[in-house]
Design a protein around this ligand. Sequence first.
Ligand SMILES: NC(=O)c1ccc[n+]([C@@H]2O[C@H](COP(=O)([O-])OP(=O)(O)OC[C@H]3O[C@@H](n4cnc5c(N)ncnc54)[C@H](OP(=O)(O)O)[C@@H]3O)[C@@H](O)[C@H]2O)c1
Length: 238
Amino acid sequence: MMYVLITGTDHGLGLALVKDLLERGFFVVACRLNPEEKQVDALLEAYGERLKIVELDIGKDASVACMKEKVAGLVPHIDLLINSAGILGDMSRVLGDELDYDEILQVINVNALGALRVTNALVEQVMRSELKTILNISSEAGSIGDCWREGWFGYCMSKAAANMQSVLAYNNIRKDGGRLIVMHPGHMATYMRGHLDTTAKMTPEEASKIILHTVLDTELPVEEKPLYINLYGERLPW
Ligand SMILES: NC(=O)c1ccc[n+]([C@@H]2O[C@H](COP(=O)([O-])OP(=O)(O)OC[C@H]3O[C@@H](n4cnc5c(N)ncnc54)[C@H](OP(=O)(O)O)[C@@H]3O)[C@@H](O)[C@H]2O)c1
């Protein structure tokens, strides 16, 4: 049995990944922020014995510690850890505007520190597994080399920090056979902007299938640095 843990499964990409991994035969621990969000529960009927739902706020130390304890009693190890949870923050303010530093800090706390909290809590479980793989859902917006935006301060800075955090994590696990992939999942029609993003060309369900094909069905190279790729496996500049 292969075990996967995914964060941010209330809806969007995280939820789509849960469905696809269950279909692929994985045992899935779905971490959800808001217990009122019941979409993942709908999968219990079909996959009950291979699906466990755990509440998790990756922005809070105590919540991650609680998740760690629960997960230790649910699975023997974690083959694939997918850090998918994330928030967007303000997209419109540019230099000279009144920037909301508290909000920027909150975005960094969730997107950069959140994934670090989860990885740090679960790294032993990952390194005990067969696949030993961490998939960090980042964004093209985290690329410093390719940055064209003038705003999105919280999101871009947080994803750049998440990318650095990913390299540091990989430097820790690579020598023992650990793998870590930093991925831009594509522009998807999700509710991350507070409403359905109809400007996106892809649904999270479509993205999820392509992501899992790239990560699980193709032989990605193992290199000194983690791969920073899009969902199709094409490289992005750091
Ligand atoms: N959509 C895109 O075009 C796009 C592009 C590039 C990268 N991404 C990345 O893809 C990932 C998934 O995003 P998405 O588009 O699927 O958006 P989404 O539907 O909003 O999914 C994000 C998930 O994270 C959860 N979440 C938010 N704060 C959390 C916290 N503190 N602790 C735990 N979970 C939390 C959300 O729960 P609630 O909704 O219940 O708050 C939601 O389930 C994110 O990392 C995002 O940055 C998305």
